[in-house]
Design a protein around this ligand. Sequence first.
Ligand SMILES: [Fe+2]
Length: 148
Amino acid sequence: MPATLNHTIVFTNDKVSAAGFLSELLGIETTAWGPFVKVHVGETDLEFMNVKDAEWNDHVAPQHLCFLITEEEMDRVLERLEAHSVEPYTSPLYNERGVNHFYGGRGCYIRDIVDGHMLEFITAAYDDTPADVEDAKWRKAAVAKDHR
Ligand SMILES: [Fe+2]
C-alpha cells in the first residue's frame, strides 16, 4: 500500500477560529479531538493545536498548505473570501492580487485570518514543470502549460 499523509499538526493561536475558517472555505466539518480541532481533508487530518498548549513549541511558524479543489468549490472559496474581506493573490510572493490560471485551472494564495498561514487553492494539480526561484520564469512555465 502506498504511503499517505495521515495527519499533520497546524499550530495556531486560536484552533477553533483557524480550523473554522478553513472548514468554512472548504465546506468541511471540524471535529474536536483531544487537544486538537481537526479538519479532515482527503486522506489527511489537519490537526489545529493552540501553540500555548504545546510544551515543545512556543511559536506559530507560517505553514504552506495547498488544497486541490473543483471549479465549483473554487467559486465557493472565492465567495467566502470576499465575505471575509480576504484578498486572493496570484502567486506565493503575494505581489499581485487576483486568481491565476496555471496548468489549465484556477489558483490563488491567501493568508489565513488567524495566524497568517499561507493557504493555496488550485483546481488543476501542478505537473512536473520545473519551478524556478525567479517569479517571472516560474509563472511563464506554468502559463505555458496552460496552453498545451
Ligand atoms: Fe503551493
